[in-house]
Design a protein around this ligand. Sequence first.
Ligand code: NDP
Length: 256
Amino acid sequence: MTTGPFDLSGKVAIVTGGNGGIGLGMARGLAQAGADIAVVGRNETKSAAAAAGLRKLGVKAISVTTDVTDKAAVDAMVERTYRELGRIDILVNNAGINIRRPPQTLDPAEWDSVIRTNLTSAFLCSQAVYPAMKAAGGGKIINIGSMMSIFGASFAPAYAASKGGIVQFTRSCAVAWARDNIQANAVLPGWIDTDLTRRAREEIDGLHDKVLARTPAGRWGAIDDFAGIAVFLASAASGFVTGTAIPVDGGFSIMG
Ligand code: NDP
């Protein structure tokens, strides 16, 4: 168990999309530092399995089946987490999807779906946890951006818009809630080996090697690469860090 500024024992974290990929990597880090976890996702079986795995790390973990694009479902998820785990200290807004299509053929319904899942959900979840965090005297919000928070992408206009937007949303919450001792920060992953990018590698010829060539670290990221940044941004160690957007990308974003 962690001690000192990174200790999260007695804290409760909600991780949207915590049943796999980057969200699960972050949830594992938070659990290893002592936090109890609510795993949030639509796939009940996957979320229950993730929660069972987290419990093996010695913390409480529940799975709460939720579509984070639905305000009533988000409010019910937050209410249930508070009731069953007793408090809410940390929110990781990680749930995300991509629909790969250029701007000229992206359907408006596809645009809405990506924006609602990647951006509106962060607003709904942050708004829903705010009263509990304020009443507790503080909290931590971690939003997941992307390299497309920085760069454009011809094949992902809605995704890039959502990921640019989430950085500005993060900064707005950081400013609005600083006096409530709530820190809000964004993490910008590089190219990470998950279900999301496995599909991209199948669809985009040569993607695997292009990423390797452009990433100074010389490898794709792994979900375990997100444990440390999650613990830092969720703990007292980052008490004076707010409104930032931190790349976790093996150097992808600084490669000339
Ligand atoms: P995964 O596809 O592995 O995970 C996505 C997660 O989001 C799943 O747990 C999924 O659970 C959940 N999710 C999707 N839609 C909803 C919804 N409507 N309600 C609730 N949960 C939902 O992808 P990654 O781990 O790769 O992605 C996680 C985040 O990281 C995303 O925001 C993504 O944009 C971002 N990212 C990923 C990068 C990468 O290289 N992998 C790079 C940059 C950013 P379920 O299906 O059960 O609902």
